[in-house]
Design a protein around this ligand. Structure first.
Ligand code: PBG
Length: 324
């Protein structure tokens, strides 16, 4: 007679039989960079998450490295006055984002710094690609993404994160970077990025919501799973180093399918809306946020993610330290 409860009778046997472990090595912290000095503003819908200017982001990275967090995904918060239809600021070497990336890598060469490749933070219409007559132009956008990626690679960052969902961009960026000598700059591709309602708080942070239409002609339909495999096949063939699924919690099946099919690391992006929901419930006293956070992150890992981009990175790391 098999009694599965036997393996649950004590803390010790539960620990010994635990199949998945979260580790400090699992987390990448997304950071929001502001232009200027000594600037800090909390994101209303993401309590505990701040937009920070370069001086403060350097301090934040230093504190995170001390905690044991090694990966950072830096996003620029771009003032409206810099935005235009072709995202020209995204590859201007004098733009604050690129200058700060250089500074970050200089001060903390040991930190793994990831950048975002997409037009939306710099685009006056909030789309990830060039818009003409209400349509997103794929191949024309590649040229801008290429210039953006090269400008970022030039700063010494470790990995680019194309989050735009244009076709062919991974192969295009890979060969462009290789030609320019950036053979060791990696690509963490936003492979299965869904047209999701969970990005709302992020768009508030960046003031980057699309001014017209939506992102459904490039981001994936939440109903689709086979299509994620197709996207992954292409990104794999085009040379992506890491395949990402985004969002995470409503897409655990996609993480699982990608992990079972491809022999390269899978990342999951536990996005802004997933963070906001837990924090909002905590403020209402409806959930034990610490436990829900750890359970959510554990489930993403159990589904097959090798790494998790999460706004909880610091809190979860502190939690893991407390448990040691
Ligand atoms: C934009 C981008 C988005 C996120 C990361 N890069 C938003 C979007 O596609 O509209 C969302 C991240 C989050 O919600 O935490 N290319």
């Amino acid at each position: 007679m098999r009694r599965p409860r036997r393996n649950r009778t004590s803390e010790a046997i539960r620990n010994l039989t635990q199949e998945t472990q979260l580790s400090i090595n699992d987390f990448i912290l997304p950071l929001f960079l502001l232009e200027g000095k000594n600037k800090k503003s909390e994101v209303e819908s993401m309590p505990g998450i701040f937009r920070l200017s370069e001086d403060l982001i350097l301090k934040e990275i230093e504190a995170c490295l001390k905690l044991g967090i090694q990966g950072f995904d830096v996003f620029p918060v771009v003032d409206e006055k810099y935005k235009d239809k072709r995202a020209t600021k995204s590859y201007d070497p004098n733009f604050f984002y690129l200058k700060s990336l250089t500074k970050i890598k200089k001060e903390f060469p040991e930190a793994l710094v990831i950048t975002d490749v997409a037009m939306d933070p710099y685009s006056s219409n909030g789309h990830d690609g060039i818009v003409e007559d209400g349509k997103i132009l794929n191949d024309e956008t590649l040229d801008i993404l290429g210039q953006m990626a090269l400008a970022q690679a030039e700063t010494g960052i470790d990995m680019i994160g194309p989050s735009d969902m244009m076709d062919f961009r991974v192969g295009y960026l890979r060969s462009l970077m290789d030609k320019q000598g950036f053979v060791n700059t990696g690509i963490m591709s936003y492979t299965a990025k869904y047209a999701s309602a969970f990005y709302e708080p992020f768009r508030e942070v960046m003031d980057s919501a699309p001014k017209m239409g939506d992102k459904k002609t490039y981001q994936m339909n939440p109903a689709n799973s086979n299509e994620a495999l197709l996207e992954a096949e292409l990104d794999y063939a085009e040379g992506a180093d890491i395949l990402m699924v985004k969002p995470a919690l409503a897409y655990l099946d996609i993480i699982y399918r990608l992990k079972s099919t491809f022999n390269i690391p899978i990342a999951a992006y536990n996005v802004s809306g997933e963070y906001a929901m837990i924090k909002a419930a905590e403020q209402k006293g409806w959930l034990d946020a610490d436990r829900v956070m750890m359970e959510s992150l554990l489930s993403i890992k159990r589904a097959g993610a090798n790494m998790i981009l999460t706004y909880f990175a610091k809190e979860a790391t502190k939690h893991l330290h407390r448990m040691q």
